[in-house]
Ligand binder design. Sequence first.
Ligand SMILES: Cc1cc2nc3c(=O)[nH]c(=O)nc-3n(C[C@H](O)[C@H](O)[C@H](O)COP(=O)(O)O)c2cc1C
Length: 185
Amino acid sequence: MSHYKIAVFVGSLRKESINRRLAHALEKLAGDQASFDYIRIDDIPLYNQDHDSQFPAQGTRMKHQVAAADAVLFVTPEYNRSIPGVLKSAIDTGSRPHGDNAFQGKPAAVIGTSFGSAGTAMAQQHLRNVMVAVGLAAMPRPEAFVQFKEGMIEADGSVASEGTQKFLQGFMDAFFDWIRTQQPK
Ligand SMILES: Cc1cc2nc3c(=O)[nH]c(=O)nc-3n(C[C@H](O)[C@H](O)[C@H](O)COP(=O)(O)O)c2cc1C
């Protein structure tokens, strides 16, 4: 069985983030098939093209982590029907300077959760646009719009219901298949 290193971007900086919980649940379900490298984005300066020639160290750190990964996973909330600005700024940083885009060609997937019934669908659609723009090979399906319910996922990533567990396992299995199909022949 293959083992994949996955660079994980959680789009929320909130301590009690339900998206971080979801990421932990996916990590648990992945078991021995993957190691999750959580990418720190809270200290990366807001993207500024003036800094391309003196790149911020935090941006370089992130880019090295992405370069070392087999794939990228975004687990993001929806803010005002799009992705959080902090996530977009981090992606912009990772894609620069021109010609040194850390994301180019990496297999990637997106998932997210919110209390609303649309389960981050709009944010994910916006993120897919950005993923294509930076050359990530975005897994087309399954889409995973997770409506969060109290007690659904604990802070350590334990999932209460068997149905939710099965759904999330299906998402990870599809992601592993997707990563395999994207490996250079
Ligand atoms: C600035 C802001 C905008 C939000 N906009 C949306 C939205 O468009 N759709 C939605 O479902 N929830 C929205 N929410 C609610 C978030 O889904 C909720 O705060 C969720 O807990 C955020 O995820 P997190 O717990 O991982 O931080 C918004 C929250 C904030 C703070």
